[in-house]
Write a protein that binds this ligand. Structure first.
Ligand SMILES: Nc1nc2c(ncn2[C@@H]2O[C@H](COP(=O)(O)OP(=O)(O)OP(=O)(O)O)[C@@H](O)[C@H]2O)c(=O)[nH]1
Ligand SMILES: [Mg+2]
Length: 298
């Protein structure tokens, strides 16, 4: 039996979480068109005939000055250590820049086997693929480069096969009915954050943390009571999140509730309060309270 861990690394917005979800076959990480969607390391587990692959989805590499980003970057960096394989996800439709090559070289220098998943091939001209593969090779990236489309499910069987080939022989790390290391409670908070990322612009979603205060199934009923705090950074952000007579918040909650219900397979009674904690992304104690970073990071 092959069994091992695979760190999924790459620039922000490259398509890491989308790829992990489609490989695992279930949504274990939220996805949005905005960079810095993933904030934690999330394990997604794929059981195949004769193999178990434990993917560690990570926050994308991104340059920004706040303390939350610094913690997220540390999470990405430490997640790429002590693994059996690094799956470097590259957004193919953006071409290949010097910065991509130097980032890949940085991870190659860890001395761990690496595969580049060159993704989003569905939104780019086909002829660019061999040209970029050549540019990567000539830039010193000698590992396998696999063009895929997570959205269209293209070339994923080949990618999985190559991943399994790189894993050691060993016993499974997780029982075969487990798909993630995160709880349903965590996913409920993440689903709320995903809808906020999709619904609001600019700094607002990036400055939001979601705290799940209540997550409880009612006895003898397929109904969960969920109560959340949506924490933002500024009073004017709170006003935008809530909208005129609460209309924006109401819509966002309805949108989130639908997804929570399909995730849980049960009805959800959802309440949420919007709170302001000034510039929490630069305050280590608040970041810890909101669940970001490890004790040793903070
Ligand atoms: N067309 C196309 N879009 C994709 C594909 N994979 C991901 N996307 C889109 O790219 C955007 C970013 O996807 P994510 O999976 O959130 O990217 P990420 O690398 O996890 O981003 P961070 O967590 O912010 O680092 C989303 O809008 C996805 O729908 C793909 O194969 N094809
Ligand atoms: Mg992500």
């Amino acid at each position: 039996m092959k069994s091992g861990t695979v760190a999924v690394i790459g620039k922000a917005n490259a398509g890491k979480s989308t790829l992990v979800n489609v490989l695992v076959g279930e949504k274990v990480a939220i996805v949005s068109p905005k960079p810095q969607t993933t904030r934690d390391r999330i394990l997604g587990i794929l059981n195949e005939e004769g193999a178990q692959i434990v993917f560690a989805d990570t926050p994308g590499i991104y340059k920004s000055g706040n303390a939350l980003t610094a913690v997220m970057m540390r999470t990405a960096e430490t997640s790429a250590k002590d693994v059996d394989l690094i799956l470097f996800v590259h957004d193919g439709h953006k071409g290949v820049a010097e910065s991509d090559i130097s980032l890949m070289k940085h991870y190659l220098s860890f001395g761990i086997p690496m595969i580049v998943a060159y993704t989003k091939t569905d939104i780019m001209p086909e002829e660019q693929i061999p040209a970029d593969a050549k540019a990567l090779f000539e830039g010193g990236i000698g590992c396998d480069v696999v063009p895929v489309s997570a959205r269209r499910g293209k070339n994923l069987t080949k990618l999985k096969k190559l991943i399994v080939e790189n894993l050691p022989e060993g016993e499974p790390l997780f029982p075969d009915d487990v798909v993630s290391d995160k709880s349903a409670r965590f996913m409920i908070g993440e689903i709320m954050r995903e809808k906020i990322l999709l619904r609001y612009d600019k700094e607002i979603p990036h400055g939001v943390a979601v705290l799940v205060n209540t997550f409880k199934k009612r006895e003898d009923k397929d109904l969960y009571d969920v109560s959340l705090d949506i924490v933002c950074e500024k009073p004017n952000h709170k006003a935008i999140l809530i909208g005129k007579q609460g209309s924006a918040l109401k819509e966002t909650l309805a949108f989130a509730r639908k997804d929570m219900e399909s995730f849980l397979g049960a009805k959800v009674f959802l309440t949420a309060f919007v709170k302001v904690k000034d510039d929490w992304r630069d305050k280590l104690n608040l970041m810890r309270e909101f669940g970001y970073g490890e004790e040793k990071d903070l």
